[in-house]
Design a protein. Structure first.
Length: 159
């Protein structure tokens, strides 16, 4: 009897051991991505974008550089109520079947989509000199210097 109870408990616990992938998007080179704004990676996988027609400033969205440089974007939700979202909270968008991801205060085009997704972005690195001077201690008479460099980095997302 104990063995039967253990077997039933084992099968009851293992029923939910896998995640449901039936509602996710499987990308192939022939796939057509839905155009719009994606607020999260989960919404991109499920292909649930906010269409561009629901954006209040819809007139100039084709000029993506100017459109997504705004600090806020105003759109209409499913009830027709205007809502405002900050651009930095957007995960990405799709325009002309090309995916753009928000990274480091800018949108970058994804060059390869697959199991591993690849995109190239720029990153600014700031270096500060130490305030310690062996002749003057921690308070030198001249200000500490800093400099910054910009470099290209490669990013990989595991889908």
């Amino acid at each position: 009897m104990k063995v039967l109870a253990f077997i039933l408990l084992f099968f009851a616990c293992s029923v939910y051991s896998q995640t449901d992938t039936s509602h996710t998007f499987i990308y192939t080179p022939e796939s057509k991505l839905k155009e719009g704004i994606y607020f999260s990676f989960d919404r991109f996988i499920k292909q649930q974008p906010l269409p561009f027609v629901k954006i209040v400033d819809y007139d100039n969205y084709s000029d993506k550089d100017a459109f997504f440089k705004q600090k806020q974007i105003q759109f209409l939700d499913e009830y027709g109520i205007a809502k405002t979202v900050e651009t930095r909270t957007i995960w990405g968008y799709v325009l002309n079947n090309a995916l753009y991801i928000y990274y480091n205060k800018e949108f970058y085009r994804v060059s390869y989509i697959g199991t591993l997704t690849h995109f190239i972005a720029t990153q600014t690195i700031r270096n500060y000199t130490t305030p310690y001077d062996p002749y003057y201690g921690y308070y030198p008479p001249y200000p500490s210097q800093s400099y910054e460099t910009t470099s290209l980095i490669q990013n990989i997302i595991d889908f």
